[in-house]
Design a protein around this ligand. Structure first.
Ligand code: ADP
Length: 346
């Protein structure tokens, strides 16, 4: 059975969406962190505006909750452009894409989340739209089938994906700008939480907010979610006042430990240690042991464990490091292996 978690990959339903929506930065200046991405975007936006041209197609890639959707909306806002939003799994037929594309105006943004999940026929249909702003649309079928060449307005496609490596190379090569989203450091997360606390009308107890920031797995979506959990807890148990004690208790209830790991993160480490003697083990095997989707482990769980040096990826599979044993207070009983290491990012 999948472990329920506050840190899940998706945005968590309508309520969460409207909550996140209200906390979303609207302009590049309001976006905290991701300085390299912001600088490159700012130059591209100014250059396009000076030439009076639409922006090139953009791909944002990185773990969930780091601000890909936020940035897509910010880009639209900065370009004074309308944005249409869809996602890879929602665009099942050419007609679905056609419906969207025939309605985009010059310079408008089409945002496709989970762009790696477009089906092959839809992907191929999109290539000429991205390259030459036209599509070949087939109407009817069988002997009556006709292909109509349909010109489009010059639009900007913004795609988001958890891993650029999941995209087919023809699709990837059609994006003019590719931006990798980084985990946020505690100072940046603190700024995000201070901003969110202000928008939610919470008192600005910096020490408490700092503690939430340090437990947020480098991820703004998690920071905002934990803030919400802590706000509830403070309301019921602490007369609405934040304090270190209240934050500690609220996070303990959510099973978030001092590194920000939750039950699924720890289950991943424990499975590697207890079932696979610390590894190496293949991701499919670990997924089967935990009863979790492989994608969830690869997109949501692993990136942060890799970044914190608790897990490493080798040619033969995943291995825990000594730091993982220490974190779980388990005795370390393996010989260090440093061979066969391979880049953990694609
Ligand atoms: P993704 O599309 O990468 O999954 P989102 O753009 O939905 O992530 O971000 C999740 C939430 O985190 C947003 O609702 C927003 O409130 C917050 N957020 C993300 N990035 C930032 C940022 N750089 N500054 C402030 N808040 C952010």
């Amino acid at each position: 059975m999948a472990i329920d978690r506050v840190l899940s990959a998706d945005s968590g339903g309508m309520q969460e969406d409207s909550f996140n929506f209200s906390l979303r930065p609207q302009t590049l200046d309001e976006v905290i962190g991701q300085d390299t991405v912001k600088e490159k975007l700012s130059i591209a936006i100014q250059a396009a505006q000076q030439r009076n041209e639409p922006l090139e197609h953009i791909l944002f890639y990185g773990p969930p909750g780091l601000g890909k959707t936020t940035l897509a909306n910010v880009v639209a806002n900065e370009m004074n452009a309308a944005i249409k939003v869809s996602s890879g799994p929602a665009l099942t037929k050419q007609g679905d894409v056609m419906g969207l594309l025939s309605n985009v105006g010059t310079g408008d943004i089409l945002f496709i989340d989970e762009v790696h999940r477009l089906s092959a026929p839809v992907e191929e249909f999109i290539y000429p739209a991205m390259e030459d702003f036209k599509v070949d649309f087939t109407v009817d079928s069988g002997m009556h089938a006709k292909t109509i060449n349909f010109p489009l307005k010059q639009f900007t496609l913004i795609g988001a994906t958890t891993r650029a490596g999941l995209l087919s190379s023809p699709l990837r090569s059609r994006f003019g700008m590719l931006f990798h989203m980084e985990f946020y450091n505690p100072e940046q997360l603190l700024q995000i939480i201070i901003r969110s606390a202000g928008l939610l009308g919470l008192d600005n107890d910096e020490e408490s907010l700092k503690l939430i920031a340090s437990r947020s797995r480098g991820t703004p979506r998690i920071a905002n979610r934990l803030l919400k959990r802590v706000r509830d807890y403070a309301q019921v148990k602490g007369q609405g006042k934040l304090s270190i004690d209240i934050v500690e208790r609220a996070l303990k209830m959510e099973q978030i430990d001092h590194m920000g790991l939750d039950e699924l993160d720890r289950a991943f480490l424990r499975a590697l240690i207890n079932v696979y003697d610390g590894g190496p083990a293949g991701i499919e095997a670990i997924a089967a042991t935990l009863g979790e989707e492989r994608d969830t482990l690869e997109d949501v769980v692993e990136p942060y464990l890799l970044q914190r040096g608790l897990v490493r990826r080798t040619k033969r599979g995943r291995e825990v490091t000594r730091a993982a044993y220490d974190h779980l207070h388990l005795e370390y009983s393996r010989e260090e292996t440093t061979s066969n290491q391979q880049s953990m990012f694609d």
